[in-house]
Design a protein around this ligand. Sequence first.
Ligand SMILES: [Zn+2]
Length: 362
Amino acid sequence: MRFTNYKSIASAGRNKFDLASIRAIPMRAVAIDLGFGLTAGGTGRCRIPGHEDRNPSFSIRSATNRFTCYACGENGDVIDLVMKMRDISFVDACEWLTGRHLGGASVRPEMRQRPADREAAAKQPPIVPAKTEHAAAPDHEAFEWLLLVSKLSSSGYDYLASRGFSAETIAHFRVGQIGDRGEAMKTAVARFGLERLRRCGLVCDGKFGNRFVFPAGYLLFPFIIDGNIAYLQARRPDSGTQWRWLCPNSLLPPVFNRSALSDSTATISICEGVTDVISAHELGIPAIGLVGANARLDDTTLDLLRGRNVAIFGDRDTAGSRFARRLVDRLAGMGVTAIPKRLPLGANDLNDHLRRIKGIAA
Ligand SMILES: [Zn+2]
């Protein structure tokens, strides 16, 4: 961490703050206040100065109230985020957070906001702190049920075909599609109860009360680990860019398509995201995927990679080469040699490449 030298500068000032209360201000509220656009699951594009994030690499872990950017590597608590975003000192960040999110309550009178700051803060809408929730955990039964009742419609099928995926591939990955959002929520609540749906992230706080995290028409991609659905990622069934990917609230994605490691395939590829893994499969390349917001390999997956040849397909951009470099290093540390693969010229990712081969216009 780079913020170790503030101690001497701030030792006098930091005593004036209730650091425990400041650090407990919900990360989500602070990030939104700082201009981040976040999904229900707490991920979004990183806006930390110096990082132009193309994929949603910024992620909040509500259990620890910390943020991580899996592309630029920055991480920390709410104070760290404010320091980074506003380029201010530890003491100033504490002051800013106290003034905006704790109503100035935990600051001594002489440390209260300057009038100009107070005016600026008054112009902002009030921030409602998120309720503390039970630790989130996947719910195999609820996820399996949702996928079973969410049958792929012709619009979803057409969209997937436009990405170059065959009917066999679509069936292999068990892609589903949310029907009516309200109906899905109602039947899910009747079957599992609200608490259980909140715990597995399918229901979260919305503007008008409880909200089902996946909108109507969204495609559902199950992440299957040892035969159970451990995670569901949802994607818009069209080329719109807003809310392109949605995921369960507060759950971190495991590796996608880990069953590709269940046989003894000598060469395995690692891709960025769901679409590229499915593209790789369509191209006859066995692959697992790391989802942008959580580009990490768990220990079981690392064990399963040992003794194989590992190829890495990152996107053709700086985030993609960073993804590949970080994986090569991580795997080298575990004794696994991985080779970054170059995409054919003109293809930005594996899906581009697939569509070119199939003669589908991008
Ligand atoms: Zn970043």
